[in-house]
Design a protein around this ligand. Structure first.
Ligand code: FMN
Length: 225
């Protein structure tokens, strides 16, 4: 387990989240967005997000075809979960390699990732289509966090996140007929994974790198020659 589930949640005002999490306006942060699926089951996806207006607004850009976009449109709420990189990778690629468990929102009808170190519940204020994206503006309505020591920066984990970003785009590009872009992303992911593997030690992180490599090679067969 890579998350701090054992320490208690501390509930705080959503107005305090920028200060507590030491966030800056307009920086792209990578989180796990949790939403409720149509059938009521929890859904998790890695997404970039930005905070605007000193944290009074959050901005998200899920792909229009993503389950997250559909869930946000349906329920008008979700949760930004601040987590270790391993969960970001798992939520992006659905590898089944890192276990995730879910609690319930304090205010919104959306699941919360139990292994998160902070959870920001939000309601959707505005959602508009922009090309292949859904531009979402949300308002934070509840905030809780855990007091946990910060883990040291790991290049392996960081490279793995970069590889996951690229791999998560291979299939969407193929479905748009953009074979060359898909191949470029696949090749970049392979090179990032080589470095991630070299620096990954011999434990859980290495197993996750290997699971992502397994996904890499299963996607290779989908790219036309
Ligand atoms: C670090 C990271 C950031 C990502 N950010 C986004 C994003 O902002 N929008 C998006 O549509 N997909 C993003 N992805 C890809 C999604 O997590 C992935 O495609 C996901 O499976 C799609 O969402 P769904 O499960 O809701 O269909 C990101 C992936 C990673 C690894």
């Amino acid at each position: 387990m890579c998350g701090p589930r054992d320490s208690e949640w501390i509930s705080a005002s959503p107005f305090s989240l920028m200060e507590v999490l030491v966030l800056e306006d307009d920086v792209n942060y990578e989180v796990v967005v949790t939403t409720l699926s149509m059938d009521g089951s929890p859904h998790a996806a890695a997404m970039g997000c930005r905070f605007l207006g000193q944290g009074s607004t959050i901005a998200l850009r899920p792909h229009l075809s993503s389950q997250t976009a559909q869930n946000l449109l349906r329920w008008r709420s979700g949760v930004l979960n601040v987590t270790a990189p391993e969960y970001v990778v798992e939520a992006a690629l659905d590898l089944g390699a890192v276990a995730m468990s879910f609690g319930v929102g304090e205010v919104v009808k959306a699941p919360v990732l139990r292994e998160a170190s902070a959870a920001i519940e939000f309601v959707v204020v505005e959602a508009s289509e922009a090309d292949v994206w859904l531009d979402v503006r949300g308002r934070p309505v509840a905030f809780r966090y855990r007091l946990t020591p910060v883990r040291p920066f790991s290049r392996s984990a960081s490279l793995l996140v970069e590889a996951a970003v690229r791999l998560s785009r291979v299939e969407p590009f193929l479905s748009m007929g953009r074979r060359d872009d898909a191949l470029r992303l696949w090749s970049e992911a392979r090179s990032l994974l080589d470095d991630a593997l070299r620096l990954s030690g011999g434990g859980d992180l290495r197993r996750l790198v290997e699971a992502v490599r397994g996904r890499l090679y299963s996607l290779e067969g989908l790219i036309p020659p």
